[in-house]
Design a protein around this ligand. Sequence first.
Ligand code: G3P
Length: 217
Amino acid sequence: MKFFVDTADVEEIRALNALGLLDGVTTNPSLIAKSGRDMSEAIKEICDIVDGPVSAEVTATDYDGMMAEAEKLLAIADNVTIKVPLTEAGIQACHALSSKGVSVNVTLCFSVAQAILAAKAGAAYISPFVGRLDDIGQDGMELIQEICEIYDNYDFPTEVLVASIRNPIHVVASARMGAGVATVPPSVLRQMFKHPLTESGLAAFLADWKKTGQSIL
Ligand code: G3P
């Protein structure tokens, strides 16, 4: 399973990348707004830090506008993935860009039918939003299970990129279902380290070690 981090916070990305855990990054217009950064500058910096794909999302809603924005975003770095919304124009842009060998992430997916359209359009990634479905009382992980099953049925090469992750349980469930990628907020990635027995166990080891009066160095 690949880990992408879902943020445009360059310092967070630098810190998490240093742990050796990042396979890529996803951003969206809300995350760029939250960062307070100029989009092109932030994407360039992120692409310099992380070797893997960095999703940069178009904001035009028409096909021509999406294609023009994609061209500009692709010029930023070789590892830019173009993120398009799951609309008719987005799917058309996905098809056109994918046909030219561009990596496309289709976002704002909330149904299996939508995921089939993205795969048919040659998307490199489909981003179903599990947390936002849970928020309205639907089971987000059930959607992941169904998409994984259908993509397997047809050997679609589109990777299931689980998005809108809210907690480590979403990550573990995604892994059990065989989803290719989880895009994780930095806070959730840090939560994954935590276990009270790890913390108390380490405290006990260090206390016992101190009693020995030894030092490894
Ligand atoms: O980047 C898309 C997705 O991960 C957004 O998540 O938390 O805004 O629902 P969230």
